[in-house]
Design a protein around this ligand. Structure first.
Ligand SMILES: [Cu+2]
Length: 567
């Protein structure tokens, strides 16, 4: 299987054309990709800390796509709204299924026009080429990031079937000596509409669960690990269509150790990666999550977390060591089923690729430096050691547009406790949350719905402090995290506690946090946050109710209130 082609920075600059294109796919679906001037498809952008990135984005999307997208009822309200064409707009296009823009997922760059703004930037077909120009911060952790479109109301449509690519900040071997000299491979896993929507199940399936549809109109979670998936997958654009397909092939030299860098670029599909030799899961040595090397402060860079399977929510990345099979050994890269909850989509077990060990296998295109210069230790104190200035509680929830009508559309919300649940409004004049640059806050994210959600915030990383009420205090950072679904069997809602890092002056401005199941984001599960410069006075008073530091008494009274409400 071919890896995406690389575009490397030269003399501190990566300048490239990226043209967003579409083509009709199976069953009225649409395929998307980016091409550069030489026709390379959705290339991997390889940059170094401190590099200047200049991208010329051209929108070559066609009207066929708009027609498809507008046949989806939930998209029409967004399609009819257009953005403010005042001095604040950027790019100037109308919000529609064929407008596009770029988000640089995970990078700590400014949320402003021509850098990483998704609130005002729209490029329409026929518009002049739009220029992105930003500098990779000197202290950006080396690892796997990515780019994709982020037009509210239409992001799922564009991401499904291909509008995404990897961005690598080079030098992971400088932070993790353990990967020095290893061959590296990039795997971009995407999802797409089912290629064979009416196909009967494969004969090889051990169970044939009843086919049900969830509230989004996708194949519902069967809870069995089998059945029709909500979406098909692809790995580096090699399709994985249900029910019968030839898996991609990964060739390796026997027992060779490689660094695999896996991006879940799916719009709605969770991954749970395993490598099987003769059906037995093999240890995978995780060295980085969401672009950040594990134990960033570990001077030896020796820390590796060995796991048998890796859950990768949409938007997340995992970079790990793999030891190849022996010659002739039966080896597979698979994704195992993920329990998305009774309200969630079906993400069944699937084979992605066969791993074939051959003495003359070609080496991957890229090998990490054998004797890297160690990365300087970070000058910023470790996030886990910084006291939060406040605690906020946010929650995911869903509601029928008309509670009397079970067939009415579902509205999706991501709300700060104390505010009124509302679908995200592109035209809101005030952000949902205002914080001050230089501070650190703890956010408790609850899931009050019956399906799994996937919290993501632009511009920064956070530390997972508690998961489902249990302290975890991880030694790495994330920008994307799962919040398990509500079973209704507990007094408290499932939650995660995150230490949010607003210290970097680069992130001053307004940006968004949302569920990275893009179907949910498009239908409203998003909020906006403004990071004010540290010199200004604090804006907290403007921003409605907020909680002080957590206390047992506070928790108890919240539980009591909930009990009262539920009666
Ligand atoms: Cu969600």
């Amino acid at each position: 299987m071919a890896e995406p082609e690389d575009l490397r920075s030269q003399n501190g600059v990566l300048e490239a054309d990226l043209t967003a294109r579409d083509a009709p796919g199976a069953n009225g679906s649409t395929l998307y990709c980016y091409t550069d001037a030489a026709g390379r498809e959705s290339p991997t952008l390889r940059v170094k800390p401190g590099d200047l990135v200049i991208l010329h984005l051209k929108n070559a999307l066609t009207d066929t796509v708009a027609a498809n997208a507008q046949s989806m009822p939930m998209h029409t309200h967004a399609a009819s709204s257009s953005r403010d064409h005042g001095p604040e707009s950027c790019g100037g296009g109308e919000m529609s299924a064929v407008a596009t823009n770029l988000h640089f997922h995970g990078l700590t760059i400014p949320p402003v026009c021509h850098q990483d703004d998704v609130l005002k930037t729209l490029v329409a077909p026929g518009d002049a080429t739009f220029e992105y120009r930003f500098r990779i911060p000197d202290d950006e952790p080396p690892g796997l990031y990515w780019y994709h479109p982020h037009v509210h109301g239409f992001s799922k449509q564009q991401l499904l079937g291909g509008a995404s690519g990897a961005l690598l900040v080079e030098g992971i071997e400088r932070a993790k000596k353990v990967v020095a000299g290893l061959p590296e491979r990039v795997f971009v896993i995407r999802d797409q509409d089912l290629v064979n929507p009416n196909a009967p199940p494969a004969k090889s399936e051990p169970v044939v669960p009843k086919f049900l549809v969830d509230r989004d109109g996708d194949a519902a979670n069967t809870g069995t690990g089998f059945g029709k998936p909500a979406k098909d997958l692809s790995i580096n654009y090699v399709p994985v269509p249900y029910p019968d397909y030839a898996p991609a092939m990964i060739e390796m030299r026997p027992k060779e150790r490689q660094l695999w860098r896996v991006l879940n670029a799916a719009a709605i599909t969770y991954l749970n990666i395993e490598v099987l030799f003769n059906h037995a899961p093999q240890p995978l040595g995780v060295v980085a999550m969401d672009g950040v090397p594990l134990s960033h402060d570990d001077p030896d860079g020796a820390n590796v977390s060995w796991q048998k399977h890796l859950v990768i929510p949409p938007g997340a990345r995992v970079e790990f060591l793999v030891d190849g099979p022996a010659a002739g050994e039966d080896a597979l890269l698979v994704t195992r089923t993920v329990d998305t909850g009774p309200g969630g989509e079906n993400d069944p077990n699937r084979m992605l690729a066969r791993i074939v060990a051959k003495a003359d296998a070609p080496e991957p295109r890229s090998t990490l430096s054998r004797s890297p210069e160690p990365l300087a230790a970070s000058a910023t104190p470790w996030l886990g050691a910084v006291a939060p200035v406040r605690v906020r509680r946010l929650y995911f929830s869903e509601k029928l547009e008309n509670p009397e009508d079970p067939t009415s559309a579902v509205e999706f919300y991501l709300t700060e406790e104390g505010q009124q649940p509302k679908m995200f409004d592109m035209n809101a004049s005030e952000p949902n949350i205002v914080v001050q640059q230089g501070t650190v806050e703890d956010w408790i994210i609850e899931n009050r719905s019956s399906e799994l959600h996937d919290f993501h915030i632009h511009q920064l990383h956070f530390l997972l402090i508690d998961y489902m009420g249990r302290p975890v205090n991880e030694n790495f950072l994330r920008d994307t995290v799962n919040v398990p679904y509500n079973t209704g069997r507990s007094l408290t809602y499932p939650s995660v506690r995150l230490r949010m890092d607003f210290r970097d002056p680069n992130i001053v401005g307004t940006f968004v946090y949302h569920c990275h199941i893009l179907e949910h984001e498009d239908k409203g599960m998003m909020g906006s946050i403004r990071v004010d410069p540290s010199a200004t006075s604090n804006h907290e008073a403007k921003n409605g109710t907020h909680e002080g530091p957590e206390s047992d008494a506070g928790n108890a009274s919240r539980v009591a209130q909930r009990l009262v409400k539920s009666r």
